[in-house]
Design a binder for this molecule. Structure first.
Ligand code: AMP
Ligand code: MN
Ligand code: MN
Ligand code: MN
Length: 278
């Protein structure tokens, strides 16, 4: 069993990279990929555990793109964290994220919420601030009763307090990932479109842009959705991938490797993905 999608305190996860490795050992995982949003900084402490761990540790990243007018996430697996061009692009994304965060704070204040930058910064253990941290700060300030409610009515996609900032083209993200020696994978397609969206054609277009894998097992999928994406991957000759998208306390109820209980990503999928390395 393996897990190819999780987050650490270097983005919006609740556990440090070294703790993720320990959790993976306890869960009996054979491989774990760390895929923080818009940062490579967690990969050094993560890969530093390899000498002492039996779990195979895979460097990764998750990038947010725009596709068909919506947010689409792309995972880069097996990337070289030292790749200079990727590091430059990621630094750029971070700056744009910081501008977005300040714009989003202003928008929330304009909407009447009594929240300051210090309330948000307090929730973010690393310097990267995501909406997961905003959600917690909004709950702590009493604007909403829970982080979930913050996403439901304030900062979720399309809500009045949400300021999107990623206009990255999928083909561009694929180029960065491949240049850094990685394999580009469509993250949680089942959660990146409206309910009932038929992915067949859109996925073919993504494949033709160089996405060589798709997340066919995911913590939030039901059995039918999983079967659909496994079949779609086979039909399009894409490698199936799978992961929990574990965020620790930032996404309660999801366990590393196990998701909500029924996730089980087979070891062989890792070989399938590795075979697609450029
Ligand atoms: P950002 O990249 O700053 O726009 O924030 C996106 C992050 O917010 C995602 O990676 C998730 O961790 C979290 N997120 C987005 N939508 C939701 C949601 N509906 N419920 C819970 N967490 C969410
Ligand atoms: Mn996240
Ligand atoms: Mn995602
Ligand atoms: Mn993720």
């Amino acid at each position: 069993m393996i897990d190819l999608h999780c987050h650490s305190t270097f983005s919006d996860g609740g556990d440090a990279p070294t703790d993720l490795v320990r959790l993976a050992e306890e869960a009996g995982l054979h491989a774990l990929a760390l895929t923080d949003h818009d940062t490579l900084d967690g990969l050094e402490p993560f890969l530093g555990c390899q000498a002492k761990s039996s779990v195979r540790l895979i460097p990764g990243i998750e990038l947010s793109c725009r596709f068909l007018g919506r947010e689409l996430h792309i995972l880069g697996l097996f990337i070289d964290p030292q790749n200079q061009s990727l590091r430059g692009h990621v630094a750029d994304l971070r700056t744009r994220r910081e501008h977005r965060n300040h714009a989003m704070l202003r928008r929330l204040q304009e909407l009447g919420h009594r929240i300051g930058w210090e309330d948000i910064a307090r929730e973010a253990p690393s310097r990267l601030v995501s909406r997961a941290h905003f959600a917690r700060a909004l709950a702590r300030c009493g604007s909403v009763n829970s982080a979930n409610e913050a996403f439901g009515r304030l900062i979720g996609d399309g809500c009045p307090g949400h300021v999107p900032f990623h206009d990255l083209e999928p083909s561009e993200a694929v180029r960065w990932i491949r240049e850094a020696g990685g394999v580009a994978v469509v993250a949680h397609p089942g959660r990146s479109a409206h309910r009932g969206f038929i992915w067949d054609e859109a996925m073919r277009d993504l494949r033709d842009m160089g996405l060589s894998g798709l997340e066919a097992k995911y913590a939030e999928y039901g059995a039918r959705e999983e079967a659909y994406f496994i079949a779609l991957a086979a039909q399009l000759d894409m490698a199936p991938s799978g992961g929990s998208d574990y965020h620790g306390s930032y996404k309660p109820g999801i366990q590393l490797g196990r998701g909500r209980g029924r996730l089980e990503v087979p070891d062989a999928w890792l070989d399938g993905l590795e075979a697609r390395r450029p």
